[in-house]
Structures are given as C-alpha cells and as structure tokens.
Ligand binder design. Structure first.
Ligand code: ADP
Length: 557
C-alpha cells in the first residue's frame, strides 16, 4: 500500500528539501505552502502522515492537526517548529500530534520517526482488525449462548406445559417404559380406580380385560409401528373389577434417553351403550321397514286387483246399460200393442164388452201405461249411461221451451188447481242445449214440483244469467226434502217415503235422468230445500256461443 505524506511549510526551501528527502525514501509526498490548501487536501484524499509547520501565515498548524486527527485518527501528525518551544510542542502532543521537530530538521531523524509512526499505524490497524474479529466471535458466542438459554427455557416451559396438560387432561395419560408405568395422570387414576403408587407398580396389561388382551396388544404394536392410525377400543377392568369400554392411542417417544410409550386413554362406556341402543333401535326399525315393505307390496297388489275389478265393474255396468237399453226398446213394442188394443176394446170397436170386462181392461191400461213410463225412464237412463244418447246441441230460446212446457203441463196443473209462474230475466235469453232434452228436464222437475205440492199451490220457473251461464230454478211450496235426503234423490230408484209420494206414484228415475242430461250438457244441478216448506231445484246451462266444458270453470259456477 502506498504511503502518502502531506508536507506543509510556508518556507518554500524547507518544504522542497523535505519533500525530496521523503520521495527518495520511497514515499508519495504532497508538498503544500498554504494552510488552507492543506485543510482542503486532508479532506479530499487519503493520507498516512502529515508533517506541518505549527506557524503558518494563514492557518494555525494546530487547526490542521485537529482536522487531520478527526478525519483519520490513525494518521501520524508530526509538527515542526522554527524555534524550541516546549509549551507549543506539549500542546501539540496533547492534541494528538505524534512528534514534533525543531527546525532545522534532521532528515534521518525524520525518516526514523515516520517509519516508526507507520509501523505503529500498521500495528494499530492489525490490532483493530484483531479486536474486531474477536468482538465478532464473541458476539456469535453470546448469540449461541442466548439461543441455548432460550432453548433450555423453551424445553422447560414445554415440559411444564405438557405436565400441566397431562395433569388437567380429561383424557387418561400414561407413560410406559420397560414393562412398567413411569407416569400416570390424575384422570387415568380416576378411570382405573388405582392410586398413582399402585399404578406405578403395575403393568398395563393388568388393566385390560383378559379376552381383549391379545387384540389390544396387537393394535398397540401396530400403532407404535405406524401401520395403524385410528384409535382402538377394548374392555378395561377397574380396581373394583368393573368392566368399562376404553378408547386408546399410543405414541412412541424417547424418555430419559430410552424408548417409551405415551398412552392416551378414554372412557367410552356411555358412548358404547348409546351406540348399542342406536344399533338395536336401527335393527328394530329395519325389521319394521321390511314389514312395511311387504305391506306396501301387498297394498300394491290389492290396488292392482281393485283397478282390475273396477274395470270389470265398469264393463259389466256398460253391458248392463246396453242390455237394459235394448230390453226397454224391445219391451215398448209389445206394450204399445197391449195399450193400443186395450183402448180399442174399451172403445168397443172389436165387439161389445160388459162392465166387468171394461173395469178389467181399464186396470190393464193403467198398469200398462205405468209400465211404459218406467220403461221409457229406464231406456233414457240406460242410453245415457251406456253413452248412446246423442245430444243435438244448438242455440235455443229458453223462453220458448218454457212456454211450450207450460202448455203441456196445463191439464195436470189444472186438475190440481196449481198455478205456474214464469220469470225469465231476458225473454230473448239464448242457451246452448239439446232442446228436446231440455224440455224433458224441465218437464220432470215441474212434474215433481206439482206432484209433491198440495192442490191449489203456486209453482214457479225462474231463469237468470250468471256470467256465461244461465241458472234455471224450479220452485214449489210442497213437502220439501230433508237435508240428509237431498243428495240421495238424484240416484236411480230413490223415492222418499211420504203420503204424497205414495199417493202420486213415480218411478224414482226422473231426477237421475235429469242429472245425467244436465251434466252431459256441461251444467250442474242441486237442490235447496226445507222440509215441510218447499224446494228449489236449480240447474245451469251454458249461454249460447259460450260453451263451457272446462270442469274448473264448471266448479266456479
Ligand atoms: P219419481 O218418479 O219418484 O218422482 P224422481 O227421481 O223424480 O222420481 O224423484 C225421486 C224422489 O225425490 C221422489 O220420489 C221424491 O221423494 C223426491 N222428490 C223429487 N222432487 C221433489 C220435490 N219437488 N219435492 C219433494 N220431494 C221431491
């Protein structure tokens, strides 16, 4: 490394001489005459030695000394003075100067001093480096020591923590080594019923129910080897000889430098009991579930049978209706002949008859006419039920149908001195219906109203529009119908027992036919009646051009 010496002296001759000597000695030398230049140089570049005249015209040599020591404390500053002044020299040395020379300077002495100063510098640098590396090593040692200390504290804390955990754990904890328990926590003592001292004298297998020992041991070994992860169950026996269910895990650890087994032991008798209960309940449920399945299957079979039977019944019913329709038709022909010939005989056209024969013939005629009514009703009903009744639906003026009906009914009403009033909201009300069937419906209802009302009473037909529907009511002040009979009367052959019914007769088929016809037209029929006061039979018909076949809408009427 180059050694740089700064020489400062305002006496040019001394400066040049000194620089020459030092350059010859192999140093790099910077010669300066002004103190300000020296201060600047010291700030700007590295140096090892400054040789400075104390008395410079512009700056004090002491100032240069001070700056040089501040910037490079290791540098040697040698002061020169023009005359011997102990005071100045001591002052300079006290402020850190390495040496001082009284001019004229002895070159050899100067060289020796510089060489010594440089040597001292090197030594001091080396010393510093040594101290530094010692300090570093020391620091590392200190850190390592701290680490060790905290590891020891950590271990102690972990140990304490583990012990606290083990002591307060709700799980039984034990440490087992060389055939004996080394540690047992309070919970383990409580589970087993033995004290700590008793347990430390025992081997773990003594706590296992004899039949479960082999399996428990096998499971523990597997777990210690790592080939089993899940806890295992076994039956344990406590100090009182009671059997309890236990759940256990074991871990292999090192303890006091040797292999040991750390065990966690849980009492699960209650859980086991609940599990068993659930299992039994499940079994019972399972049994019931089979049972239920077979019941369901049976029900399915029965349902299928019912469906088949219903199909058969429907077929049989249709056949019956067809049969009745055919039969009624075939019966009417001979019956018409009987009626026709009886009338002829009564009129005496084939020959004279006596009064007794006349009475017999009148009876034949009455019975035959009743039979014809019955056959006609059966025929109607059967035709409807077997789907053979063709409806001729068209726009019909309701008023006209009612007027012609009133005309037909006139003789009967007159014979009972009954009055029929008609009130149709709009006389031009058009309904969409089969005209002849509509007449039949009205005829049956008015005939019943008349039949079941006393002589001299008033009957009424009303019709009002309700939305898209026409609602027709046939009203009487007759016998009325009990609540419980009001549904029944629409079934075939249902005749209620009353003196008027007995007196005025009937087939019990009229209302059944009426209901079928109304419903075929898309309408609905019902009765409002108070027993003893009279009845309102009400049915609906679609208004013309507004056919209603949608069952939902029908229900909303
Ligand atoms: P029937 O030919 O006997 O009149 P219906 O089917 O027309 O048969 O009527 C069944 C029964 O309903 C009647 O026998 C009667 O008991 C009862 N019934 C029908 N209409 C009325 C009414 N307007 N007033 C009281 N009872 C009636």
């Amino acid at each position: 490394m180059d050694t740089t010496i700064i020489v400062v002296d305002d006496e040019s001759g001394i400066k040049t001489t000194l620089c020459g000597i030092l350059e010859d000695a192999g140093y790099e030398v910077i010669g300066l005459e002004k103190g300000t230049e020296a201060l600047q140089m010291i700030r700007e570049r590295p140096f090892n030695v400054v040789i400075c005249d104390i008395r410079l015209p512009d700056v004090s040599g002491l100032e240069i000394l001070e700056l040089a020591k501040e910037i490079n404390p290791e540098a040697a500053v040698i002061m020169m003075t023009g005359y011997a002044s102990l005071e100045t020299a001591v002052g300079a040395v006290n402020q850190g100067a390495y040496a001082y020379f009284v001019k004229p300077v002895n070159p050899d002495e100067m060289k020796t001093t510089i060489a010594n100063a440089l040597k001292q510098q090197r030594l001091s640098l080396e010393n510093n480096r040594l101290v530094e590396s010692l300090q570093r090593a020391n620091k590392l040692l200190l850190e390592a020591n701290e680490g060790l200390q905290s590891e020891i504290t950590g271990r102690k804390q972990a140990e304490e923590l583990y012990m606290t955990l083990a002591e307060s754990s709700p799980v039984g904890v034990y440490l087992f080594q060389e055939g004996k328990f080394q540690f047992v926590n309070p919970q383990f003592q409580e589970y087993t019923g033995y004290s700590e001292d008793e347990l430390l004298d025992m081997a773990p297998y003594e706590l296992v129910y004899p039949e479960d020992r082999r399996q428990a041991r096998e499971n523990a070994v597997q777990m210690l080897k790592g080939s089993r992860r899940s806890p295992y169950e076994f039956r344990a026996i406590n100090k009182d000889g009671e059997i309890m269910w236990a759940l256990e895990t074991v871990t292999s650890i090192r303890y006091n430098g040797k292999r040991a087994t750390l065990g966690n032991f849980m009492h699960i008798t209650e859980r086991k009991r609940m599990e068993q209960e659930i299992e039994e309940k499940n079994m019972r449920l399972d049994v019931r579930n089979e049972e239920l399945q077979s019941l369901t299957e049976e029900l399915m079979i029965q349902r299928q049978e019912l469906i088949e039977r219903a199909g058969e019944v429907e077929r049989a019913n249709r056949l019956k209706s067809e049969f009745l329709a055919n039969m009624s038709h075939e019966l009417r022909t001979p019956l018409n002949a009987i009626i026709g010939f009886s009338e002829l005989m009564l009129d005496g056209i084939p020959g004279k008859i006596n009064s007794e024969q006349g009475q017999c013939l009148r009876d034949v005629l009455t019975s035959s006419r009743h039979l014809l009514d019955l056959i006609n009703d059966v025929l109607d009903l059967s035709k409807i039920e077997s789907g053979k009744m063709d409806l001729k639906l068209e726009n019909v003026l309701l008023n006209e149908v009612v007027v012609s009906l009133a005309r037909i009914m006139m003789p009967i009403l007159a014979s009972r001195q009954q009055r029929l009033d008609v009130g149709i909201e709009d006389e031009l009300m058009l309904v969409y219906a089969d005209e002849s069937k509509l007449s039949q419906v009205l005829l049956n209802l008015v005939d019943n109203a008349s039949k079941f009302s006393p002589d001299g009473s008033r009957l009424e037909i009303n019709a009002v529009a309700r939305g898209d529907w026409c609602q027709v009511s046939v009203i009487d002040n007759g016998t009325g119908i009990k609540k419980e009979d009001q549904e029944k009367i629409f079934e075939p052959f249902s005749r209620l027992d009353s003196p008027l019914v007995r007196e005025r007769g009937g087939t019990g088929l009229g209302l059944a036919v009426v209901k079928q016809i109304v419903e075929r037209d898309g309408g609905r029929i019902w009765v409002n009646s108070e027993y003893g006061k009279g009845s309102h039979f009400i049915f609906t018909l679609p208004l013309a051009n507004k056919r209603h076949t949608d069952p939902e809408e029908r229900n909303n009427q």
